[in-house]
Design a protein around this ligand. Structure first.
Ligand code: SF4
Length: 72
């Protein structure tokens, strides 16, 4: 089991940064809010943390395999 990513859609400001950074993992839903693609390939943990840090509203959270939040 790898890392887990969670998106707080209520916090998403639709900047598109995560979608641009990893189109294989993030997409916009019909409301133009970031969403995870089902069955997406696992993201490398450093890349996931980097993408979470780049989110302007901290809407993306990354957890390791033990459920611990990375770089909260
Ligand atoms: S980077 Fe953050 S604010 Fe921008 S689309 Fe992704 S989740 Fe939403």
């Amino acid at each position: 089991m790898g890392i887990r990513i969670a998106i707080d859609k209520q916090s998403c400001a639709s900047s598109g940064r995560c979608v641009k950074a990893a189109r294989e993992v993030f997409q916009f839903n019909d409301d133009f809010l970031a969403d995870l693609i089902a069955d997406a390939p696992a993201l490398d943990r450093d890349r996931a943390v980097e993408i979470a840090r780049a989110c302007p509203t901290q809407a993306i959270r990354v957890f390791d395999e033990t459920g611990e939040e990375l770089d909260p």
